[in-house]
Ligand binder design. Structure first.
Ligand code: ZN
Length: 74
């Protein structure tokens, strides 16, 4: 049981870190729609955001397949 708690704690910490960071992209790499900040993952140390949960799941299945475009500087 102790091991599971440790894994959960680590997962929670990782999620907290992920949610604190801003995504590199402003367009969903899967569908090309505007991103929503609640749907995001990390890939190669970068935070990547998506338009919906489906795109996030799709990207995580095969992250190398999608081209993450960095957001245009404002
Ligand atoms: Zn989507």
């Amino acid at each position: 049981m102790k091991r599971i708690s440790l894994i959960l704690a680590a997962t929670f910490a990782a999620c907290t870190l992920t949610f604190a960071a801003a995504p590199v992209n402003d367009v969903c790499p899967v569908k090309g729609k505007p991103i929503r900040l609640i749907f995001r993952t990390t890939f190669k140390g970068q935070v990547v955001a998506f338009c919906c949960q489906d795109c996030k799941a799709e990207f995580e299945k095969n992250p190398g397949r999608y081209n993450v475009k960095p957001a245009e500087p404002k």
